[in-house]
Ligand binder design. Structure first.
Ligand code: NAG
Ligand code: NAG
Ligand code: NAG
Ligand code: NAG
Ligand code: NAG
Length: 493
């Protein structure tokens, strides 16, 4: 931080300063004035602001960059992406593995920020990116840019990375990884593929890409769609009789009911699961009077969309979560993907507990501190501002290509998530038919079994996190930091 303040007045000065003083890139993006709600000292440098990826359209992607608290020059740089599509990566920043815990202020007003001892910035430099344009704090001056899809999102994010590494030259030689969860199961491999194509064709600066991680990620309609029934049976949520009936009439094809009797048994399965919290079957459901009142006005929605989860834990897990993934009855198929606000048939989503994020990110002083657009552009956890096409199909060919080329991959699953159940991720990783080098075994944290893993040839690892819901670092922050740091360092998990 100790740069002359002149450097922060105008981007031109900033550039000059960085040339003269050698070193810190993009100093105008540094959070020198602190952050509203945070009273302490930053454990490392933080930067935030826009990268303009299309000057003529005024298309700007917003990022928050947290420098590693260990060894910034050696530690990997990780790009983090939340899913949706349409959800902001501030979800990860605020509720999962960011540098702060946000304590909502029940009396109104801004949340209080505390340091998060399990922040992923303990072991990595991490970029939280709002993507595509229209999501979170990212925007375009051309409305037409909000019509987007997998292909465009991947190429825009690649353009972002190239410009970002130009601005943060001192991080160009660090190992680089891409990570994300839920619908980012599509963003991560498709972006990785763009990055590798860029490396192959000599795009500069060369990104030192090493691998990627996906948590409870959307991958393939057949594998993901077939995952629910075996999950529900294994977890004791449906009876043996129903399991036998549904398996024999559907003949294993649950994602696309083959005939009437299969459809009938699938409806029975859904009835048994309806009142569960799909993001964590162990968490109670949220039945606020408001939720019940609203839900009765919107009968088109299955019950499980209306009553989502609740927890007693004060800071780490929200009462309500939504929009980080596709609802489980409809695996992601090709074509337009309805966004959560569209599914809910209203602008907001009822009874959400995303107050901390929403009040903080829509505050004028916070926007100013973050170098973000004015607060007349509303931040939403998951937006309906964009229209999104799933236009790159199954992700399996991307995973095959990337792992065959030597890029490392960690596919992890909170094993109590019913939204993208582990059974699908376990099945598709196995379907690649790579040799098993580290046979299914428990992995440990604090002397306890934290989950299970199977290691394959080509540096592909499938790992579960025992007792975790959809957003693993939110439910199991200690265990998440443990496997994350071991995997990044190339150590045995
Ligand atoms: C901020 O820190 C100061 C000095 O340590 C303390 O007096 C004050 O109460 C703190 N404010 C909040 C909101 O924590
Ligand atoms: C970071 O790691 C490098 C290489 O191991 C070492 O030379 C350097 O001193 C370390 N820096 C810090 C701040 O620990
Ligand atoms: C369709 O339904 C019958 C039961 O009526 C079942 O035995 C059959 O295997 C089902 N599946 C297919 C693929 O035809
Ligand atoms: C991966 O994709 C690239 C680009 O399409 C292709 O040239 C390459 O042969 C593929 N590699 C593998 C191992 O599939
Ligand atoms: C696995 O990753 C390590 C470290 O990046 C690399 O040296 C090795 O070649 C990779 N193995 C395969 C089979 O790709």
């Amino acid at each position: 931080m100790g740069k002359p303040s002149l450097c922060n007045l105008w981007p031109g000065f900033a550039l000059l300063c960085s040339l003269l003083l050698g070193g810190e890139a993009a100093p105008e993006k540094a959070l020198i004035g602190g952050l509203p709600g945070f009273n302490g000292t930053f454990p490392s440098k933080h930067y935030s602001g826009y990268v303009t990826i299309d000057e003529s359209h005024g298309k700007n992607l917003f990022y928050y960059f947290v420098v590693s608290e260990s060894n910034a020059s050696e530690d990997p740089v990780v790009l983090w992406l939340n899913g949706g599509p349409g959800c902001s990566s501030f979800d990860g920043f605020i509720y999962e593995h960011g540098p702060f815990h946000f304590e909502a202020n029940r009396g109104g007003g801004l949340p209080t920020l505390h340091l998060n001892p399990y922040s992923w910035s303990k072991v990595s430099n991490i970029i939280y990116l709002d993507s595509p344009a229209g999501v979170g704090l990212s925007y375009s001056e051309k409305e037409e840019d909000y019509q987007t899809g997998d292909q465009k999102t991947a190429s825009d994010t690649h353009a972002f990375l190239i410009k970002w590494f130009e601005q943060y030259q001192e991080f160009q030689s660090n190992p680089f990884y891409i990570a994300g969860e839920s619908y980012a199961g599509v963003y991560v491999p498709t972006l990785a593929y763009e990055v590798v194509k860029g490396i192959d064709s000599g795009v500069k600066p060369t990104i030192n890409f090493k691998g990627y991680m996906v948590g409870n990620g959307v991958t393939d309609p057949e594998f993901d769609g077939n995952a629910l029934v075996p999950f529900a049976h294994g977890m004791g949520l449906i009876s043996d009789d129903l399991y036998q009936a549904v398996s024999s009439s559907c003949e294993g094809s649950y994602w696309n009911p083959v005939n009437e009797s299969c459809g009938k048994f699938l409806s029975k399965v859904n009835e048994d699961l309806d009142d569960l919290n799909i993001y964590d079957i162990l968490e109670p459901c949220y039945h606020s009077p408001e939720a019940i009142e609203r839900s009765s006005t919107n009968v088109r929605l299955p019950l499980s969309f209306r009553k989502l989860g609740e927890t007693e834990r004060p800071l780490s897990v929200r009462k309500r979560m939504f929009g980080r993934a596709w609802p489980f009855r409809a695996p992601v198929r090709d074509g337009n993907v309805p966004l959560w606000p569209q599914l809910m048939d209203r602008n907001g989503v009822p009874c959400t507990d995303d107050e901390a994020a929403t009040s903080w990110l829509n505050n004028k002083a916070v926007r100013k501190a973050l170098h973000a657009i004015e607060e007349s552009f509303t931040w939403e956890l998951c937006t309906g501002r964009i229209s999104y096409d799933h236009d790159l199909g199954s992700m399996i060919r991307f995973h095959k290509n990337l792992t065959a080329r030597g890029y490392r991959a960690l596919i992890f699953s909170g094993d109590h998530d019913m939204c993208v159940p582990f059974t699908g991720s376990e099945a598709w990783t196995r379907s690649l038919k790579y040799a098993i080098l580290d046979e299914w075994r428990p992995w440990l944290f604090g002397g306890q079994v934290a989950g299970y893993l199977q290691g394959y040839d080509h540096n592909l690892t499938f790992l579960t996190v025992k007792g975790s819901g959809h957003t693993v670092p939110e439910y199991k922050p200690r265990e998440a930091l443990a496997f994350y740091s071991r995997w990044l360092a190339g150590r045995r998990i």
